[in-house]
Design a protein around this ligand. Structure first.
Ligand SMILES: [Zn+2]
Length: 309
């Protein structure tokens, strides 16, 4: 689960800088033309984990309904939510969840924030116990949370320079601000690549896959706008165009009949949104439910044996 990553600064979506240098060595699928449900975490997160589409979405109704996490839980999936951001906004309240203690690791945390590396350490702890049931683990990263972008990445991941080492970002040069933001995207890309490495290491005991999606985008000074949270109807594209990626291991695609070439072909030309997350993850986890909508499952059309699940 990403934070404040916008598609525009992703190499996968045509950006000229190598902001996906870490994951590009893996067999990633990048879904083009993906939009968010909201322009802020508190809207997007409950919306994408609800069975409602953006058009249907009502916060009060969503709070009274099962979230995607609840439906997976009822379907027998083992769940764990690890949070290094601002919490899960109620969507994970009924399953096991761990909010990272900001004083837990002096190397990675300063008492206010932790680098997302801290989630990998937590993931390692979770994976040290053998996986016995179908499991979904959510890593809620702090990603590109601003305006203190420079606090999101450790020094060894400061690849694009000169960057902007301050929080009053409007006083940075455009180039510095973009470099700082790009460092956050590259560091998140590193974290994703590290998760994939760990999933590959599990392959003797489990078929593994990863889905990554951001909650909303970000303005970086375009038309004088910074940060996010603009009313949806007038929000600039930078705030609502987001990355959506998947990595599916060969074993997982084989066991679940997902044709990766078909998926790549579709992902290159389709149009996607947060509306797709709910049914796509139910489909990926093989959980049958009345609230599943096949037309919203981004993997459905590339399943070779959908009836044999
Ligand atoms: Zn957010």
């Amino acid at each position: 689960m990403g934070e404040t990553a916008r598609a525009k600064n992703y190499q996968y979506y045509g950006y000229a800088k190598a902001t996906n240098a870490h994951t590009s060595q893996y067999d990633m699928v990048a879904f083009q033309n993906t939009t968010s449900c909201g322009t802020a975490t508190a809207v997007s997160l409950p919306c994408m984990f609800s069975s409602m589409t953006r058009e249907e979405y009502e916060p009060r109704r969503a709070r009274a309904q099962d979230t995607l996490i609840d439906v997976l839980d009822h379907g027998g999936i083992n769940l764990l939510w690890l949070d290094n951001d601002s919490g899960c906004k109620g969507v994970c309240d009924r399953v096991k969840h761990i909010n990272i203690d900001l004083n837990s690791d002096p190397q990675l945390c300063d008492g206010h924030y932790c680098y997302d590396q801290v989630l990998l350490n937590e993931l390692d702890k979770a994976l040290a116990t053998p996986v016995e049931h179908d499991t979904m683990i959510v890593l809620h990263i702090i990603g590109s949370h601003g305006p203190t972008y420079y606090l999101r990445y450790p020094d060894e991941h400061r690849k694009f320079t000169p960057d902007c080492q301050r929080s009053d970002i409007q006083n940075c040069l455009d180039e510095e601000l973009i470099n700082t933001y790009d460092n956050t995207i590259l560091y998140s890309d590193y974290i994703i690549s590290q998760v994939i490495q760990r999933l590959q290491a599990q392959q003797t005991v489990a078929d593994t896959a990863l889905v990554y999606v951001s909650d909303h985008g970000e303005s970086l000074g375009e038309s004088g706008m910074y940060l996010h949270g603009a009313p949806y109807s007038i929000a600039p594209s930078e705030q609502i165009e987001i990355p959506l990626l998947s990595w599916i291991s060969p074993q997982f695609s084989q066991e679940n009949g997902i044709d990766l070439d078909c998926l790549k072909h579709q992902a290159a030309s389709g149009t996607y949104s947060h509306d797709n997350l709910f049914s796509s993850l139910l489909g990926l986890m093989n959980v049958q439910s009345d609230v599943y909508k096949v037309q919203l499952d981004i993997f459905a059309q590339c399943r070779t044996s959908i009836e044999n699940k």
